[in-house]
Write a protein that binds this ligand. Structure first.
Ligand SMILES: [Zn+2]
Length: 169
């Protein structure tokens, strides 16, 4: 479980190695992404509070990066923070997220990005619920919710049949 000290250590001394890297030019991203997602992921824009896709979504599943498809958060860690944006207590993996001190807008914050494609996600704060105490405040436009596998696929897994990884491009 990550805590605030881990977040500060990553931002100050260096982030964990991502499982892979996706690097594209701004022009390539602009062709791939709808305008709203491009503004948030590649230009650090913030979408309006409450009027966004996943603010009040609590369906099970996994949230992947809207840019590169990498797994970022499990819906099981999503909670109601009354902030107006999707909020999570922990990333899906320790190396899923990239951290940076952000002093813009006269605030002291820690920006979070997808560790694979460097897409802007939002910010992480130290006022989350116990035991980890983290609140990842994330733009819906940076995320895509992937529903859990169908029951058939689950029974196939239990029978030892190879399953399709949850990540997709
Ligand atoms: Zn990504």
């Amino acid at each position: 479980m990550l805590r605030w000290l881990d977040v500060v250590t990553f931002a100050r001394y260096g982030n964990p190695e991502p499982p892979r890297r996706v690097e594209k030019s701004a022009a390539e991203w602009a062709q791939l992404l709808p305008p709203e997602q491009f503004r948030v992921l590649r230009e650090q824009a913030t979408e309006p509070p409450y009027r966004n896709a996943y603010c009040r979504a609590y369906e099970p599943g996994e949230y992947v990066c809207a840019g590169c498809g990498s797994l970022l958060f499990s819906a099981a860690t999503k909670y109601h923070a009354i902030s107006g944006w999707p909020s999570f207590t922990q990333p899906a993996h320790k190396n899923a997220i990239w951290y940076r001190f952000d002093h813009s807008h006269h605030m002291q914050r820690v920006e979070v990005r997808c560790n694979v494609c460097q897409g802007h996600l939002g910010h992480v704060f130290a006022d989350g619920p116990a035991p980890g105490g983290l609140r990842y405040c994330i733009n819906s436009a940076s995320l895509r919710l992937v529903a859990p596998e169908q029951e058939d696929a689950k029974s196939a897994v239990s029978l030892g049949v190879d399953s399709v990884p949850p990540q997709s491009e």
